[in-house]
Design a protein around this ligand. Structure first.
Ligand SMILES: *[C@@H]1O[C@H](CO)[C@@H](O)[C@H](O)[C@H]1NC(C)=O
Ligand SMILES: *[C@@H]1O[C@H](CO)[C@@H](O)[C@H](O)[C@H]1NC(C)=O
Length: 416
C-alpha cells in the first residue's frame, strides 16, 4: 500500500524519493473523506473522520458480553511482514475464508477485495466471494432503503477502495483455543480497488479511533486494548483484550492525544529526539506541542517530520557521520557506506518519560551500497508520523480506555 520505501536497490529508488512524491509515503492517512450518501450531514469539516455507521443503540452489545471474557479468551491474529508493511491474517464469512490485510492504525475502515470485481488488483489469497457466505449481509442506509450503503476511501498515495458496506462474521484465533467470532462486523466489500505496492494485501484493517475501525467495533463490547510486536524476520501476533496489555520491566508509557481536527488518529507527543548524546528539542520549532504532535501509524513505513525540526535532526546525524554523502540521495540523508555501526544511536523522547532508545535498524535503512536515515522531512502543514520501521522490535500496546500507548523493547521474532 502506501509506501514504496526502500525496496529496490537500483537508482530508481532515488527518483521515487523526489519531493513531488513525498506524499506517497504518508499514504495511509486519509486524504479524502468517505463519501456516504447516508451520512453526508454528519461529516465533520475537514473530512477526516467519518462516523459512517448508523449504529442502533444496542445492536452490538448483543453479540457478546463482558461475562464471556473467560470463555472467549483473548483474540489474536498472526502477523506477517512483506517488504515494508505488516499484515494480519484473519477469516471472514461463513464458512470462514482466509484474508491477509494491512494493519493500519491510521485509518478506520476494515475492507477486503470482493467479487464481483469491477476492478481488482492481484492478491495472494483468492478474492472473497460474498455470494458463498451465509452470513454476508449488505447494509442498507436509512436514507435510502433500496440501496446498500456505499463507501469510498482514498489514501494519501492515491490507493483507493470503493464498494458497499456489509455486516459479516470475522473470525480470529483466541487464547482459549476456540475461534473468536465477531458476528455482524461492519466491513467494506471492495469492488473497485487499487493499491500501489505489490505484492498486495487482500485489504486493510483500520484500527483508528473511528467508529468503524476494528478496535472500535470490538471495544463497544469489551476490548479496548490491542498490541502488536513487529519483526522483520518472522511472523508475530497482534493481540486484543487482556492479553494485549503491555507491562513489566522496561515498559514505558505515553499519553495518546486526540486532535480535534483529526480525532481518529492516535497522536503522541514528541518532546525531543536525541542523536547520540545530542538532544534535539521540538521546543522552539513549530512541531512543539504539549497535546500531541505526531501520529503513531503502523501502516506507514518511515518516520516523517516537518522540515523545521527534521532538518535539525538531520544536521545532528550529519555532524556525527564522517563518511561521504551518497550522490542522488535527494531528500533523504544517505551515505556511501555498508557499515551501520558508524551511525549514532537515536532516541525518541515522548512525553511522560517514554524514552525509546532505538536500534540502528529502526532508524537506518540499507539501500544496497548506501545507508539512509529512515526519517523523511515533510512540509510544515503535513503531519508528523511515527512509522512502522521505527516501531520494529517494540511490543506496543494501545489502551484506549486509559489513553496510553505503552512500549517495551522486545525481540518480536522470539516472542511467539
Ligand atoms: C434493543 O434491545 C431491546 C431490549 O432488549 C430489544 O427489544 C430491541 O429489539 C433491541 N434493538 C435492536 C436494534 O437490537
Ligand atoms: C474505479 O474507480 C476509479 C477511481 O474513481 C474510476 O476511475 C474507475 O472508472 C472505476 N472503475 C470502474 C470499473 O468502475
Amino acid at each position: 500500500m502506501k509506501n514504496v520505501i526502500i525496496v529496490s536497490q537500483n537508482q530508481n529508488y532515488y527518483s521515487i524519493m523526489s519531493p513531488t512524491t513525498t506524499m506517497i509515503f504518508l499514504s495511509l492517512q486519509l486524504i479524502t473523506s468517505f463519501l456516504f450518501t447516508a451520512i453526508a450531514s454528519s461529516s465533520p469539516p475537514g473530512g477526516f473522520t467519518i462516523d459512517v455507521i448508523h449504529r442502533r443503540s444496542n445492536s452490538s452489545s448483543s453479540r457478546f458480553s463482558k461475562t464471556d471474557d473467560d470463555q472467549l479468551g483473548s483474540p489474536y491474529a498472526n502477523t506477517v511482514f512483506t517488504t515494508s508493511e505488516y499484515r494480519m491474517k484473519l477469516q471472514i464469512g461463513t464458512p470462514p475464508i482466509d484474508i491477509e490485510a494491512l494493519i493500519d492504525t491510521a485509518s478506520g475502515i476494515v475492507w477486503t477485495q470482493c467479487l464481483p470485481c469491477l476492478s481488482c488488483y492481484d492478491q495472494q489469497d483468492p478474492i472473497f466471494d460474498p455470494s458463498k457466505s451465509s452470513t454476508y449481509k449488505e447494509k442498507i442506509c436509512d436514507q435510502d432503503p433500496n440501496n446498500p450503503c456505499r463507501y469510498e476511501v482514498t489514501y494519501a498515495d492515491q490507493s483507493y477502495s470503493k464498494g458497499v458496506y456489509a455486516t459479516e462474521t470475522v473470525t480470529f484465533q483466541s487464547t482459549s483455543g476456540q475461534p473468536f467470532v465477531m458476528a455482524q462486523t461492519t466491513i467494506g466489500c471492495g469492488h473497485n480497488n487499487s493499491v500501489t505496492l505489490s505484492p498486495a494485501a487482500s485489504g486493510i484493517i483500520g484500527l483508528d479511533r473511528g467508529a468503524s475501525s476494528l478496535i472500535s467495533q470490538m471495544s463497544q463490547n469489551f476490548f479496548s486494548f490491542f498490541s502488536y510486536c513487529f519483526s522483520r524476520k518472522e511472523t508475530s501476533k497482534i493481540n486484543f483484550g487482556s492479553n494485549a496489555v503491555v507491562s513489566g520491566d522496561g515498559t514505558v508509557s505515553t499519553t495518546m492525544f486526540r486532535n480535534t481536527e483529526k480525532p481518529n488518529f492516535y497522536y503522541l507527543n514528541l518532546d525531543a529526539i536525541s542523536v547520540g548524546e545530542n538532544r534535539v528539542e521540538t521546543m522552539g520549532t513549530p512541531l512543539y506541542s504539549l497535546e500531541g504532535n505526531i501520529i503513531i501509524d503502523s501502516g506507514t513505513t518511515y518516520t516523517y517530520l516537518p522540515d523545521s525540526f527534521c532538518s535539525k535532526v538531520k544536521d545532528a546525524v550529519d555532524s556525527v557521520v564522517k563518511v561521504e554523502r551518497a550522490a542522488f540521495s535527494g531528500d533523504m540523508l544517505c551515505y556511501n557506506t555498508a557499515d551501520i555501526d558508524i551511525f549514532p544511536v537515536i532516541t525518541m523522547h515522548f512525553s511522560g518519560g517514554a524514552d525509546l532508545v532505538l536500534d540502528k535498524y529502526n532508524m537506518y535503512d540499507n539501500t544496497g551500497d548506501n545507508y539512509c536515515l529512515a526519517i523523511s522531512c515533510v512540509g510544515p502543514t503535513e503531519d508528523a508520523v511515527f512509522g512502522n520501521r521505527a516501531q520494529n522490535n517494540w511490543l506496543i500496546g494501545y489502551d484506549t480506555s486509559s489513553e496510553l500507548v505503552s512500549f517495551k523493547s522486545t525481540d518480536c521474532s522470539a516472542l511467539y
